[in-house]
Design a protein around this ligand. Sequence first.
Ligand code: PEP
Ligand code: MN
Length: 355
Amino acid sequence: MELELKPLNLPSDSERPFVIAGPCSAETEEQVMTTARQLAEKGCHMFRAGIWKPRTKPGGFEGNGEKALPWMRAVKEETGMLTSTEIATPEHVELALKYGIDILWVGARTTANPFAVQAIADSLKGVDIPVLVKNPVNPDLELWIGALERLNAAGVKRLGAIHRGFSSYDNKIYRNLPMWQIPIELRRRIPMLPICNDPSHIGGRRDLIAPLCQQAMDLGMDGLIVESHCNPEQAWSDASQQVTPDILDYILSILVIRAETQTTENISALRKQIDEIDNSIIEVLAKRMRISREIGQYKKEHGMTILQTARYTEILEKRGAQGSLMGIDPECVQKIFEAIHEESVNQQMKVLNSK
Ligand code: PEP
Ligand code: MN
């Protein structure tokens, strides 16, 4: 299904990514207001805070619920920042709208559940509000796109995506693996969809926020959603990944934003070379397939099986080693040859099965 999108129209300083910042959770009125004032002073236009918190285990701080919504309204009235929060049920949607929340987001655990997403989508029929959809906890691009499609089918046109990384059982550096190829593929599939990065939930650690923000910018992401708290060490949730508004301001100030379209002749000449090389790769591949079909014919006439395992292993090893000598990761070379081999087998099957 093709998405029908409208621009998010979120406030940002020209040429800079849009930034949504604020604490993981709205803990107390004082914590919300202090953090919001400090962020507004640093020029932040959009405030985030969790009102309902999905916790892995019961007993943690599960958010203040409706009680905290007037604080968000006060943030908007006093600082002029737009406010945003996570919604996971139709009741959350109703309450968020009632208190004038400006931007909604669907959390990673919710995106993974089509029933929950459908219920949210149904509750948003006829409402024009920007909705950002976090990637599901599991690395499943179709599920992520599915959630966007459900919302879009319900009439939500101002849609965006949040890349917050993917859970894994064995994870040393990141809290959630970034697996950048997934948001990159999302960009390829839905080019008009704004994607923002959530370095806080990917990194899980304060010191990873800056490098992750830079990486997201280098990959052409449109915005950032970063957890910022007036007193991070004392935060009631996600204490290790929050930064003060001061630190956040510093992190944003050192971000290098590169122009996406390079206009120098230099790069277009290089791109031309790449196009020519890609062209030869396809021609060589087509030639390889033709020979492979001839081998298929031979196998057919001599009653041989298509798959000759020893030969296949030899190809993978030989080319892997060659790649390695030539500065290409042998695993990458093996993957390429696995794909080539698969297509070769398909072509030989056709020869074998033809009359
Ligand atoms: C959050 O943004 O505070 C949050 C709970 O994020 P996620 O859904 O990415 O875990
Ligand atoms: Mn959080």
